[in-house]
Design a protein around this ligand. Structure first.
Ligand SMILES: *Cc1c(COP(=O)(O)O)cnc(C)c1O
Length: 212
């Protein structure tokens, strides 16, 4: 199966109201164009330099999502064009995104990353910090918090993955409103579990583009 077939297969597995982010990190522009030509318009990258380079060379109607850990000193490079930042994990970062958004006369949509995995390496706010962060973020006029994002532990244990997604779903239920509508959970290995747990946005890389 080629990349376009993979995309079709994934689309069939996902209810159509769920937004698909095609994660194109490390993949070539030719690969991305193949997926683009099959109708996909949202692509996710996790490195600022690669994101900036690709966005300059690929079609302008692509909606680029930053899905990886974002350092404050790199926000300025993506602020002019980024459609959604998934991995917001500190107030310092929110403040910087707000500043750069204002300079670009934009309002930038952001997801708060929530730490749900057992692994200590995964970034994010604690579950019980989220309500306060949402309140604190009201001061930033050029930021719109539109939802939450999380990553489960990298494991084959479906019960564990399911429990981790459930913990995020619980917070999402508490904070969701007219503006906070996105729950970004689910990758190639766990998107079916994520959908069961109420995902509204999945981030899928290797199941579309092949392994990295
Ligand atoms: C790489 C990555 C994905 C996609 O992972 P796959 O397993 O290839 O689908 C999703 N989310 C984040 C944050 C990533 O870094």
């Amino acid at each position: 199966m080629g990349i376009a077939d993979n995309l079709k297969a994934i689309r069939k597995n996902i209810p159509k109201e769920i937004i698909l982010v095609a994660v194109s990190k490390t993949k070539t522009n030719a690969d991305i164009l193949e997926v683009y030509n099959s109708g996909q318009r949202i692509f996710g990258e996790n490195k600022v330099q690669e994101l900036v380079k690709k966005s300059g060379l690929l079609p302008e109607d692509i909606s680029w999502h930053m899905i990886g850990h974002l350092q404050t000193n790199k926000v300025k490079f993506i602020a002019p064009f980024i459609a959604l930042i998934h991995g917001v994990d500190s107030l310092k970062l929110l403040k910087e995104i707000d500043k750069r958004a204002e300079q670009n006369k934009r309002i930038i949509d952001c997801l708060l990353q929530v730490h749900i995995a057992q692994e200590s390496s995964k970034f994010g706010f604690g579950i019980n910090e989220i309500q306060q962060v949402i309140k604190d973020a009201v001061q930033f006029n050029n930021i719109k918090i539109v939802g939450l994002m999380g990553m489960a532990t990298f494991t084959n244990n479906k019960v564990q993955i399911s429990e981790e997604f459930q913990s995020l779903k619980n917070v999402f239920q508490e904070v969701k409103n007219n503006q906070i509508t996105i729950l970004s959970i689910g990758m190639s290995g766990d998107y079916q579990i994520a959908i069961e747990k109420g995902s509204t946005m999945v981030r899928i890389g290797s199941a579309i583009f092949g392994s990295r």
